[in-house]
Write a protein of this length. Structure first.
Length: 136
């Protein structure tokens, strides 16, 4: 039996759909630590309270690498993988998968907007249903 997995991903979280089971993995990455919801502080010396951009960027990249490693481990056994999401994360994740030597794994990447969990599950089911009928 082939294992088909769907993955909705952005820089903040991944939702992994394996049949009826959905796993959510949070990245913990924040582009602007020290700020509340990305809004610049009105307090004096805000620049001294937030880390420098290069430090922040390295920290963000480290969080993303750990996040991608965790997601790769969870989808490792998939023979067919649908990766979709709204931003750059899906492409970054595909590159990470290519480094892992997929060994015959089929990976389809699509752009999709933010979706609710039922919409994500429905999209994954529909994709693999079409694949089974040769329409993809």
């Amino acid at each position: 039996m082939k294992k088909h997995i769907g993955l909705w991903i952005d820089h903040r979280k991944a939702e992994i759909v394996d049949g009826d089971e959905v796993q959510i993995v949070l990245s913990g990455a924040d582009k602007q630590p020290g700020r509340v919801e990305g809004v610049k502080s009105t307090a004096a010396y805000e620049a001294l309270q937030a880390p420098a951009d290069d430090v922040r960027d390295r920290k963000f990249e480290k969080h993303l690498n750990q996040f991608y490693d965790e997601v790769v481990a969870l989808v490792h056994g998939a023979e067919s993988l649908l990766v979709f999401g709204p931003g750059e994360a899906k492409g970054e994740f595909r590159k990470r998968l290519e480094k892992e030597k997929p060994g015959g794994r089929t990976v389809v990447v699509e752009t999709a907007d933010k979706m609710t969990q039922p919409q994500i599950v429905a999209k994954v089911r529909e994709h693999f249903k079409r694949l089974a009928h040769g329409a993809v």
